[in-house]
Design a protein around this ligand. Structure first.
Ligand SMILES: [Zn+2]
Ligand SMILES: [Zn+2]
Length: 285
C-alpha cells in the first residue's frame, strides 16, 4: 500500500545546489552551508526539472546525468546575468551531448539585447574556449519581464525585482503548492521595508520563499547601493506577504558557517518558519 506521502502530498522537490551570492568560496568555515553560487532545482514527478539560476552549483545538479549517461532535458529560469547566476552554464557537462535540451528563460536588457544574445555574449571566446554552438546540446531562449506562462504542468510568474540591472524573480506553482525565488533584491534606501507590487505578487501566501539575505544591518550601512538586503528585510517580506517558510539565500561569501547558524537562531521568532539554505539540502513540498 502506498503511503500518504507517495500519493501526492509532496508535489515539488526543491534542492539547493548553490546558495552563495557574488562569488564561489571554499574552506573550513564554509563547508557546512557550501560555497557554490546560486542554483536551485525544482522538480515534480513526470515533469522536466526547473533550474532557478545557473551559478556554479549547476555542475553538481549535472553530475546525476553524467553518472547515468542520461540525456538532460531541463528548463532554466534565470533571474539576471550577473556572474554568480550564470557562470555554471559553460561547465554543465550534460550539455556536451547532442541529445541534451536546455530551454532557458531570462530578462531582456535595457538596451533591448535579448536574453539569448546576452548568453551568447558570455559563452564565447575570449572568456570561454568555444561559443554556445560548440557545446553540442540544443538550447532555446525566451525573454521575460512581467509575464505569466506555463511550462509543462507548472504555472510560472516572472516579475521584475529591484536590483542592479534588469532582474526578475519567479513563482512556480504545481499541484496546489508554490515556491517563490527572489535571489537578489535591493532593500529600499529610505529605511522602510516597502515591497514592490511585483515582488508581492510573487510571494503572496507562498509555501516556500527563497530570498536574498546577503547582509547584516551593519554591512548594509556601507553597501546599501549594492543591490541586496538584510536578513531582517527578507523576514519582513515573508511576513508581510504571508509566506509560510523562508529560506535565507545568497549568503555573502564572507559569511561563515557559525555566523549562518547564529542567523537562523535569531530569525526563528519571526512567525514564519525560517531556515538557512544549505547546499545539498532538499525540501519536499
Ligand atoms: Zn547574485
Ligand atoms: Zn545580482
Amino acid at each position: 500500500m502506498r503511503s500518504v506521502r507517495e500519493m501526492g502530498s509532496e508535489q515539488l522537490r526543491v534542492t539547493f545546489h548553490g546558495v552563495r551570492g557574488s562569488t564561489p568560496c571554499h574552506g573550513p568555515t564554509t563547508m557546512k552551508y557550501g560555497g557554490n553560487t546560486a542554483c536551485v532545482s525544482v522538480q515534480a514527478d513526470g515533469q522536466r526539472p526547473l533550474l532557478l539560476d545557473l551559478g556554479t552549483g549547476l555542475r553538481y545538479f549535472g553530475n546525476q546525468f553524467v553518472e547515468k549517461d542520461a540525456p538532460v532535458n531541463a528548463v532554466a529560469l534565470v533571474t539576471h546575468l550577473h556572474w554568480d547566476h550564470i557562470q555554471g552554464l559553460p561547465f554543465f557537462a550534460p550539455v556536451l551531448k547532442p541529445d541534451a535540451r536546455l530551454e532557458m528563460f531570462g530578462p531582456v536588457q535595457e538596451d533591448g539585447t535579448s536574453f539569448m544574445e546576452s548568453v551568447k555574449n558570455i559563452v564565447r571566446p575570449p572568456t570561454f574556449p568555444v561559443d554556445l554552438s560548440g557545446l553540442q546540446g540544443r538550447f532555446s531562449f525566451h525573454d521575460v519581464a512581467d509575464n505569466d506562462f506555463a511550462i509543462d504542468g507548472y504555472s510560472i510568474k516572472s516579475r521584475l525585482v529591484p536590483h542592479i540591472g534588469p532582474t526578475v524573480g519567479y513563482r512556480i506553482e504545481f499541484g496546489g503548492v508554490s515556491v517563490a525565488y527572489i535571489s537578489d533584491h535591493q532593500q529600499p534606501l529610505d529605511g522602510s521595508f516597502a515591497i514592490a507590487d511585483g515582488v508581492r505578487e510573487l510571494v503572496e501566501g507562498v509555501d516556500l520563499l527563497i530570498h536574498d539575505a546577503q547582509y547584516t544591518p551593519a554591512e548594509f550601512v556601507t553597501k546599501a547601493h549594492w543591490g541586496h538586503c538584510t536578513t531582517e528585510f527578507a523576514v519582513g517580506v515573508a511576513m508581510s506577504c504571508g509566506a509560510k517558510r523562508l529560506a535565507l539565500f545568497h549568503h555573502d561569501p564572507e559569511r561563515t558557517d557559525a555566523e549562518l547558524d547564529a542567523t537562523k537562531a535569531c530569525s526563528d521568532s519571526a512567525g514564519v518558519e525560517v531556515f538557512v539554505a544549505r547546499e545539498g539540502a532538499t525540501i519536499n513540498l
